[in-house]
Ligand binder design. Structure first.
Ligand code: URA
Length: 245
């Protein structure tokens, strides 16, 4: 995807291009020997991936008419996760927005385009390298922050996604994701950003002791583009970590 195009399409006047990141990405997605090796190992994972997809689909089928909270009243559809369920990384956002509610996939609107672009520029592709979902699966009216009760009612879906995917790294995108994953309402992403937190026994979706990496929500970056530089530092850390997993 061309950077100029993607940034203009999501409303940025200024175009943020990190030459080093683009070079990295080129190296990553080129047909290098390392890549070929990766492809072979992906072949091995194919059967696991399709079995996981089958299990996720079967589970989603049982949730698609969920009416556990009032968000069911105004949604178009329940928006489940997307990506490669057999990957080591799970990104977790807040809740679907208007575009996601219509398309039925997470992170396809402006914020999603920004996130996808930034991850692609370090060589991380949704269909290959990560799975992405939200704490809450139905669009809150007017894109308001999900309420605690809505997050709790919805937690059985995220819990099961995490159980099936069994990620080695969970990236919380913004405060709602950090709260939903940790079960800690006081959590401060501003203080903890770029670092790991360990979940406590109160987490509604995770075993105690699981590590989460907290970074910015892409909608925040749309409002505060000067933070993209810091976000890129986080993404670089995530990329490094994935390599070592
Ligand atoms: N789109 C999503 O799917 N989730 C968010 O948190 C924001 C936009």
């Amino acid at each position: 995807m061309k950077s100029a195009y993607i940034y203009k399409s999501i409303g940025f006047e200024k175009i943020y291009i990190d030459k080093n990141a683009s070079e990295d990405a080129k190296n990553d997605v080129s047909k290098s020997a390392e890549n070929k090796k990766q492809e072979t190992s992906y072949e091995h994972h194919k059967s696991t991936t399709s079995e996981l997809l089958r299990q996720l689909k079967a589970f989603y089928e049982t949730c698609k008419d969920c009416k556990k909270c009032k968000l069911s009243e105004q949604r178009t559809q329940v928006v489940f996760g997307d990506g490669n369920p057999d990957s080591k990384v799970l990104f977790v956002g807040e809740a679907p927005g208007a575009d996601e509610d219509i398309e039925g996939k997470p992170f396809v609107g402006k914020a999603g385009k920004l996130l996808t672009f930034e991850l692609e520029s370090v060589g991380l592709l949704r269909e290959r390298d990560y799975y992405i979902t939200n704490v809450v699966k139905c669009r809150p009216p007017g894109n308001r922050t999900p309420e605690e009760q809505e997050m709790m009612s919805c937690s059985y879906i995220l819990k099961q996604e995490i159980k099936l995917i069994n990620p080695q790294l969970i990236v919380a995108l913004g405060k709602t994701a950090a709260v939903g994953l940790s079960g800690n309402k006081q959590i401060s992403p501003t203080k903890l950003r770029g670092d790991f937190i360990v979940t406590n026994f109160k987490s509604p979706v995770l075993e105690p002791g699981k590590k989460i990496f907290i970074t910015y929500h892409p909608s925040y970056l749309l409002r505060n583009p000067s933070e993209i530089k810091n976000f890129r530092e986080d993404i670089a850390k995530i990329k490094q970590l994935i390599k070592s997993l």
